[in-house]
Write a protein that binds this ligand. Sequence first.
Ligand SMILES: [Cu+2]
Length: 487
Amino acid sequence: MTTTRRTLLTGAGAALLLPRLGHHAKAATPLLNVSTRTLDVRGKAATVFGIAGSNGKQGLFAQEGDRFAGAVHNATGEPLIMHWHGQVHAAADQDRSRPDGGTLAAGAHDTHDFKLTAGSHWMHSHQLTEQQLLAAPMITREKDAGDVQDVVVMLHDFAFRSPAEILAELGGTNGHGAHGATGAQSNRSPASTMPGMNHGSMPMGGMMPGMSMGGMAGMRIHANDVAYDAYLANDRTLDDPDVIRVDKGGRVRLRVINGATATAFFLDTGMIEASCVAVDGSPCQPLKGRRFPLAQGQRIDLLLAVPAEGGAFPIFAQVEADTRQTGVILATAGAAITKIGDRAREAAPNATLALDENLRALNPLSNRMPDKTFHLMLGEEAGYRWTINGKVHGEHQPIEARRGERVAIMFMNPTSMMHPMHLHGHHFQVVGSRAGQFAGPIRDTVIVPPHTPVMVAFDADKAGNWFLHCHHLYHMATGMMTELRVS
Ligand SMILES: [Cu+2]
């Protein structure tokens, strides 16, 4: 990958001349240009979105210390809400995907200036267009990344149908994912709200009793509620995969982003044992393995040593609870590339919290009791209606904290599906589950499996109103989103 330092400097110069947000004059050299492009998916042309830097490449690759400074131009022809996923140095007014953030009009640009957050992050629209690949890597290489070859892999689930059609198939209505839309008022009872679970102050040690999700035990667990036409890794299927040249005996840092909207994957490094060194862009104590879960919105950084004798080494991403897979191939010069099918021999398991229970943050939170603990009950109602504490977004009751407070959130999930829960503006630490309390990884998106309590904690250090939502696009769009207000 080439760095974009030059791009960033150009952007920084441009920033001096431009007002901050929503300007209509065309920026001379946008830092990023959001537009449409055409892909070939299984021999069929597909019009999708893309986010290109001034070098024409998708996404951004910067160095630690760089700023995200310059204009983002909306050439998509429709209003845009971008989210800088994982960028904790972006102030609230630097991210459109916030309550009252508005949209960037077609043809207009926003001008940004914030310090990039080191690590493997990404950017995507906070609208249904995320399904149409309105997403790209946003990588800031760490100063201590060392002498390794960075290989960025972006995963997607792909359909030739529009996201509106998919939402209709699911039975949902999009009143809530579009910010600013008020959404239909519900007259259903909030069946999944347990009395007394809002804004509780149960200490962390009290999280296990009463968490058996009684009455839900017989409920069917499922995944993959959208029928996709393909799964993409760097815009390609395994029919014609991205083959990435690596050196014999070289060291590779795979930076994998799950940009899929309704699909969790298992990363499988096949013949090469990997060492997980970061999740969601934040470093962890290295953990060896060959198979790692990766839910929507999550990232994982895996260090691999390419065997000295060379060869071709497929890196698979297999759909959870399914045999379908996508992937890329790492290959040394001259290695024979054999065709790999898009079906694994055995179905992958369902994504669980097992990885997080074994990972330990390299830079954990300080040891401190939470000032506030919130209990968020994830809910599911008839008509493809996904809720938090019985409310859809628009009817939600924000959770509130003061700057500097340590906040704990316990997610409880009596629903039939896993929910990758994502908090804007902050990184949290995974600190508890049925396995007990632990100093788990720092993340911004956590797998909350069905019938499994998960606790995260963070320091509310940034003023503003921040979305907290499920990163399954169609769960978010139909209601599974609330708000953290930090004053
Ligand atoms: Cu969900």
